[in-house]
Design a protein around this ligand. Structure first.
Ligand SMILES: [Zn+2]
Length: 343
């Protein structure tokens, strides 16, 4: 019954773009002996019971008694091996990289999402302070660190400090520049906590992102599209174009573009690249792309053109759309940060 409920809650948040995009996020359910965590390669929106990996909780607990090397790569490699070895017999799927974190949270159900509104808070310079004012002792704030063993260890320490201080455990974990974890004993409570968080944040929002469309000359878009396709590395790429009120404001000039120039959360880095390229003068587009390549050792996936709009590139039509979705997510987060003291 409980795995069925895990499937239900996973699909519920997986299908809602205000919580998750591009198949991100993960969920889990635990009983006395086992934890069932989303496996890599499955999307929450369409997950079935076989999309979860069964892990032995005792084996996972032993990870915390082990001594790992100081070297980051070696440590993560060994911890990952121990995570893989904690799978119940017969399991072949790969558990999510955040499985350790799911396992240390005491609640039966744990849901991890990346809502733009929540990330407006987690990416703001006053985020931590505001989170403490809004959620008091219900939440802990975790600074930005790489996912995996080290993040789980940091949260484990925070949880035991919290427990000593308050003799209870928080049900909300806010990860700086990433998203949130919510834990509860029932899926009803999971939904209530999410509603509480979003409802609380909504009251703080002074300006909602305005994605109403803006008219752009088709001839102009066609011209830029051809210039991008003319660049040798982009001749087979699929390109998506978008403009709206917020994009228009962001592509006004180099300064206004700064707020969306770099990734806010890991999803942006994965799907939109380490930097979004801003083209000030179309005559220099090839040069700008060359320089981008030198700076970042890869080609841009997002190309913004001054006073025109944003183009996203992908090997398939779908991937150029996903990159656009993640760019728009970054833009939303940028707008939401304005309600929490700016980024
Ligand atoms: Zn995440």
């Amino acid at each position: 019954m409980s795995i069925k409920e895990l499937v239900e809650i996973s699909r519920f948040y997986g299908k809602d773009p205000s919580f998750l995009l591009a198949g991100g996020g993960n969920t889990s359910f635990k009983d006395e002996s086992y934890i069932y965590v989303k496996a890599s390669g499955f999307k929450l929106a369409s997950i079935e019971e076989d999309g979860f990996v069964k892990l032995d909780r005792n084996a996972l607990n032993r990870i915390w008694k082990k001594k790992y090397p100081v070297d980051v790569d070696l440590r993560e490699k060994q911890a990952l091996k121990d995570l893989m070895d904690s799978r119940a017999s017969g399991e072949t799927k790969r558990p999510s990289v955040e499985s350790l974190l799911h396992a240390i949270l005491p609640q039966k159900y744990v849901v991890h999402t990346h809502p733009a509104m929540v990330n407006g808070l987690t990416c703001s310079k006053n985020g931590r302070q505001i989170a403490e004012q809004l959620f008091h002792t219900r939440c802990i704030w975790v600074p930005s660190v790489n996912p995996g063993y080290i993040l789980a260890k940091l949260i484990k320490t925070r949880l035991s400090e919290y427990k000593k201080k308050y003799e209870s455990l928080p049900d909300i974990i806010l990860l700086e520049n990433h998203g949130m974890f919510v834990g509860a004993e029932t899926i009803r409570e999971i939904k209530n906590i999410h509603d509480f968080i979003i409802g609380t944040l909504k009251k703080q929002i002074v300006y909602e992102p305005d994605f109403s469309s803006v008219q752009v000359s088709k001839v102009e878009i066609e011209k830029i599209y051809n210039r991008i396709k003319n660049y040798p590395a982009f001749k087979d790429k699929y390109i998506t174009f978008e403009n709206n009120i917020e994009i228009s404001a962001a592509v006004k000039d180099n300064t206004s573009f700064q707020k969306v120039c770099y990734p806010y959360i890991p999803d942006h880095l994965v799907y939109a690249g380490p930097e979004m390229l801003f083209i000030e003068d179309l005559n220099n587009i090839e040069q700008d792309i060359d320089q981008y390549r030198e700076r970042n050792e890869c080609y841009p996936k997002v190309i913004a053109v001054k006073m025109t709009g944003v183009f996203t590139l992908g090997d398939k039509e779908e991937s150029s759309h996903i990159t656009m979705l993640l760019f728009l997510d970054a833009l939303k987060i940028a707008v939401y940060t304005e309600s929490f003291g700016g980024y």
